[in-house]
Ligand binder design. Structure first.
Ligand code: NAP
Length: 496
């Protein structure tokens, strides 16, 4: 990894279009207003970009609606080839995408490169799925009529994405929508819109027709998305973000009975049993907790460790955490970048203080680093009281609270004692126990002896209040298809 020169940053930022992308054209916001995108490592302004109004949002939906019919009729192979070309282009521009994400979101460059590989993979995966949309033909049970079932694109979609994975959270929606034949309006997070704007350029260069993808950046999310949710031309909302905002958007989606996909918050338990390979569990914990500085919906939020190994596990984890270097993500050797903003940093500190006040013991970290930037060091806390807020709220930061259990049943009860159900991690060498846990823990995804489960080929998503629907895998494209059934008269009737 090399430290990036300020000159390279400026050159890259100069290539990013800072306008709205509507109907294949770049244009300023109707109001002429802009808003600033900041570097969370310094607080400096990176770029000022167009601040869309409600009218701009509706213009984007006009464009998506106008493009929908032709896009639906475009051959699946053509849709797939555009995605494939975009995949190649994103990979070829790995350094640009990685640097842009590091600048606007803060993650270290090495992690940003990892996200480019992961995010691009959705384009490749769905380029392959585009040509595998099928249906069925069967004979009705009475032997008379024939049943024809086929799939059609849902229609114009609205995508609202979060700031934590600026590329992957966009491609996880855009990839399957393009493959299925849907057009779309994308509203990226106001903290990290630049990656989506660069992606829009790449998709246009890859041959995506005007109007299929439209991007509206705004500092006032609900005033742009609200009117779209009330517009009968919109047929689907796919949202990734907090459960709180997701609930509100679900309510708003009821008026037009929209199809919805909701990828919401998590409170992942990380279970370590007495028979686990402890070093492997610590390796897994490093990934599950510190990937993206803990700012991941899949981040391990609670470490639930058998009482016989808890002290050893916590002390090994604290040693590893304590050796990490906090620095701006562009710097050589940066392991941990800044949190996204001061609010996030303050919340993480608040959760640590609350855990301490209930008897928690901080083994490493525990207080924010001096500015500039919103840095918080990796922190391990043991002896955390059952009612500590950090066990019940998504920390979205690099803090690992450790609690203990004595029986498998107790571990399962603790793991399930949350309204969330996105992902869980378990470390054990006992195969039968792994299978039992697969059946007992209430989640959409389970990692067994692994600290990362995300994979473009797998169905990503949660149960309970972690969301609805799945992204990725063979399931991912179904979110953008609706099923149509045709009843055909008995083809032999005319012979009798
Ligand atoms: P957030 O505050 O819910 O925001 C997500 C997106 O929704 C942003 O684009 C935001 O725009 C927009 N938004 C906020 N309020 C809105 C409203 N009233 N109407 C319409 N749009 C609105 O979440 P975040 O802080 O960006 O992301 C962190 C959360 O995302 C965490 O809870 C995390 O677990 C979750 N997440 C889930 C997954 C998953 O796959 N399950 C993946 C990644 C993240 P602004 O940026 O302008 O506020």
């Amino acid at each position: 990894m090399t430290t990036i020169a300020a000159r390279d940053e400026k050159d890259l930022l100069a290539t990013v279009r800072n306008e709205l992308y509507i109907g294949g054209e770049w244009r300023a916001a109707g109001s002429g207003k802009t808003f600033a995108v900041e570097d969370p490592a310094t607080g400096d302004v990176l770029l000022s970009i167009a601040d869309a109004t409600a009218e701009d949002g509706l213009a984007a939906l006009d464009a998506a609606t106008a493009a929908q019919e032709e896009w639906r009729r475009t051959a699946p192979r053509v849709r797939g080839e555009i995605l494939r070309a975009a995949y190649e282009a994103v990979v070829a521009r790995t350094d640009d995408f990685a640097l842009l994400m590091t600048l606007e979101m803060g993650k270290p460059l090495a992690e940003a490169r990892g996200e480019v590989a992961y995010g691009a993979e959705f384009l490749r995966w769905f380029s392959e799925e585009a040509v595998r949309i099928d249906g069925r033909y069967s004979t009705a049970p009475d032997g008379r009529t024939r049943l024809l079932v086929h799939k059609r694109p849902v229609g114009p979609c609205l995508f609202i994405t979060p700031w934590n994975f600026p590329l992957a959270m966009a491609t996880r929606k855009i990839g399957p929508a393009i493959a299925a034949g849907c057009t779309m309006v994308v509203k990226p997070a106001s903290a990290t819109p630049l990656t989506t704007l660069l992606l829009a350029q790449v998709l246009a260069d890859a041959g995506l027709p005007a109007g299929v993808l439209n991007v509206v950046t705004t500092s006032s999310a609900s005033s742009v998305t609200g009117p779209l949710l009330q517009d009968p031309r919109l047929r689907k909302l796919s949202f990734t973000g907090s459960t709180e905002v997701g609930r509100r958007l679900l309510k708003d989606s009821a008026d037009q009975v929209l199809r919805t996909s909701m990828e919401l918050g998590g409170n992942a338990p990380f279970l370590v049993f007495e028979d686990a390979d402890l070093e492997a569990a610590v390796d897994g914990a490093m990934l599950a907790k510190l990937r993206n500085m803990g700012e991941a919906c899949t981040a391990a939020n609670r470490f639930i460790v058998h009482e016989s190994v808890a002290e050893d596990f916590a002390s090994r984890l604290a040693d590893r955490f304590g050796a990490l270097r906090l620095a701006r993500g562009t710097e050589e050797g940066s392991d941990i970048g800044p949190l996204i903003d001061s609010g996030s940093r303050d919340k993480v500190e608040e959760l640590v203080r609350d855990a301490e006040s209930g008897g928690g013991r901080v083994l490493t970290g525990g207080a924010p680093a001096d500015g500039p930037g919103y840095f918080f060091p990796p922190t391990v806390i043991t002896d955390v009281a059952p009612d500590a807020r950090i066990l019940h709220e998504e920390a979205f930061g690099p803090v690992a609270p450790v609690v203990t259990f004595s029986t498998e049943q107790e571990a399962v009860t603790l793991a399930n004692s949350t309204e969330y159900g996105l992902v869980a991690y378990v470390y054990t060498r006992d195969l039968a126990r792994s299978i039992r846990l697969t059946e007992e823990i209430e989640v959409g995804m389970l990692g067994v002896n692994v600290g990362v489960v995300s994979n473009a080929a797998a169905p990503f998503g949660g149960v309970k209040q972690s969301g609805l629907g799945r992204e990725g895998g063979a399931e991912g494209i179904e979110e953008y298809l609706e099923t149509r059934y045709v009843g055909l008269a008995d083809p032999y009737a005319s012979l009798t």
